[in-house]
Ligand binder design. Structure first.
Ligand code: SAH
Ligand code: SF4
Ligand code: F3S
Length: 465
């Protein structure tokens, strides 16, 4: 708890949680079920684990099946238009369900509903949605569910008052082997295409004491992989009263006793220091993999995107990382067809892709987000043309990925076995985040295993040694 304001919030949270747990069995005559439908990035998956924890504390059982739920909440993503369309399609399904299920409540929260225009659209066109919340309001859920169940009108709260991080909320983790650990919230970078800073608010770091304690509890509970989350983990620590940066935080978590791995996302190239690269190399639990989005290879486009680096700085950073971190692998995000991008600009992106030789890429065609600066920039290139560039990029990367994977044949890696596949084989990832399939007993699930890579077909296959 960071200040009195937070204390008040938590008091009212506890108050409504206990009130709700008293009335729920009376209303439903049994323990009601809640379903959390999650869209978007790992940050949302992590937020949904908190929402589930809160709902459990208030007396709900958790189900994955929204057709059997008494409370359905959609935790939404606004990053691209396609993501929003999917959410509206799913909310639409609730109309018929609600008619069949007495006492059922529907809520929408997260990045989409944080936008006034979307909240208004739901208010006007989706009358069967009972509660609308933004990205920083999940601690208010017990209060709003209680009020709605006891006769209040539909509730809409996307206020931006909650800038404090509220620690100590209950959490219902989806897995027991790999877990999410948010280290910061929000974003201050305002890339001109991106809605995230507008819906997630200003960057706020959690204090390292809270993070390290949570990591210790996860390790004690048997987690073998912890993924640190933030929109830009490399700027962790800014604004905190303690003197710490991301490299310092990695060291503290690496010092926790136990056999586990530390992953992190996402790294912004502008804040990736040589101190951080050396820390990654020196901390044996930290992955030797950097997800380092560069978005575009054209310096002109990068400037218009407000990314605050150019292609030369990015390529030098990659060279430095290759030199300092043995066996490092890279992945990246790329946007194709940013407003005003020409084929010449796009060829610069291809040039960077070929020079770096990424393990894999996450590629997106630019999607206009209202309220961002890029939304009003001239965008003359047709969707069909952008599609052609996009396919050219995919083809180029396919060749590179294949070459990259093939070069690993013969190597021995320690993998965390995290999947028993339908074909009976096991699969696990190396410290550099590369997946290998191998034969073995299902009891190896959850364990670290040494695997020799035998061949690359369309996947890497190996043998346990
Ligand atoms: N904070 C992270 C990225 C978060 S969003 C970072 O800066 O690296 C994940 C990815 O979605 C971005 O890296 C970008 O490639 C893509 N993206 C964001 N806004 C987009 C838009 N309007 N259109 C297309 N892709 C977008
Ligand atoms: Fe969006 Fe840029 Fe922030 Fe990433 S760093 S969330 S792309 S504004
Ligand atoms: Fe989407 Fe919000 Fe994440 S917009 S990508 S869910 S931060």
């Amino acid at each position: 708890m960071q200040n009195n304001n937070c204390k008040d919030i938590v008091l009212s949270f506890e108050d409504y949680t206990s009130k709700l747990s008293v009335i729920l069995p009376k209303i439903y005559g049994r323990k009601p079920l809640a379903c959390v439908n999650t869209f978007g990035c790992q940050q949302n998956v992590s937020d949904s684990e908190k929402i589930k924890g809160i709902l459990e504390a208030a007396g709900y059982g958790i189900t994955e099946d929204d057709e059997n739920a008494d409370f359905v909440i959609f935790n939404t993503c606004a990053v691209r238009e396609h993501a929003e369309d999917r959410v509206f399609g799913n909310i639409g399904r609730m109309k018929a369900l609600k008619k069949q299920r007495q006492g059922m409540l529907v809520a929408v929260c997260g990045c989409m509903s944080q936008q006034q225009i979307i909240s208004d659209k739901i208010k006007n066109s989706y009358p069967y949605v009972d509660i609308v919340l933004g990205t920083r309001h999940s601690h208010k859920l017990p209060e709003y569910i209680y009020k709605r169940l006891t006769g209040a009108a539909r509730i809409f709260d996307i206020s931006e008052d909650f800038s404090e991080i509220i620690e100590g909320m209950p959490i219902h983790r989806d897995g027991s082997l790999k877990g999410w650990l948010p280290i910061m919230y929000g974003c201050d970078n305002f890339c001109t295409y991106c809605i995230v800073p507008h819906v997630r608010g200003r960057e706020r770091s959690r204090c390292s004491f809270e993070i390290v304690n949570e990591a210790k509890a996860m390790v004690a509970a048997g987690f073998k992989e912890i993924t640190l989350l933030g929109q830009n983990v490399n700027s962790y620590g800014k604004g905190l009263s303690e003197d710490i940066n991301f490299a310092g935080l990695l060291k503290k978590i690496n010092d926790i006793e136990g056999d586990f791995r530390i992953r992190f996302m996402t790294s912004h190239p502008k804040d990736c220091t040589t101190e951080l690269l050396d820390t990654i190399a020196a901390c044996e639990k930290v992955e030797t993999h950097l997800h380092l989005p560069f978005q575009s290879g054209s310096d002109r486009v990068l400037k218009t995107m407000n990314r605050k680096y150019d292609s030369t700085t990015y390529l030098n950073l990659i060279k430095e990382a290759k030199k300092r971190i043995p066996g490092v692998s890279f992945t990246s995000d790329i946007i194709v067809g940013f407003p005003g991008e020409t084929y010449e600009d796009f060829k610069e992106t291809l040039r960077v892709v070929k020079e770096v030789e990424f393990q894999a890429l996450f590629t997106f065609i630019y999607s206009k987000r209202n309220g961002t600066p890029a939304a009003v920039m001239p965008d003359p290139v047709s969707r069909a043309e952008k599609g052609k560039w996009f396919n050219e990029l995919l083809l180029a990367q396919e060749e590179i990925s294949k070459r990259n994977y093939a070069s690993l044949v013969g190597q021995v890696h320690r993998v965390l076995c995290d999947e028993v596949k339908e074909n009976g084989k096991l699969s696990g990832k190396t410290l550099s985040a590369v997946e290998i399939e191998f034969e073995g007993e299902p009891s190896l699930f959850g364990q670290f295993v040494n695997v020799k890579i035998d061949r690359f077909t369309n996947i890497l296959e190996g043998t346990k040694i």
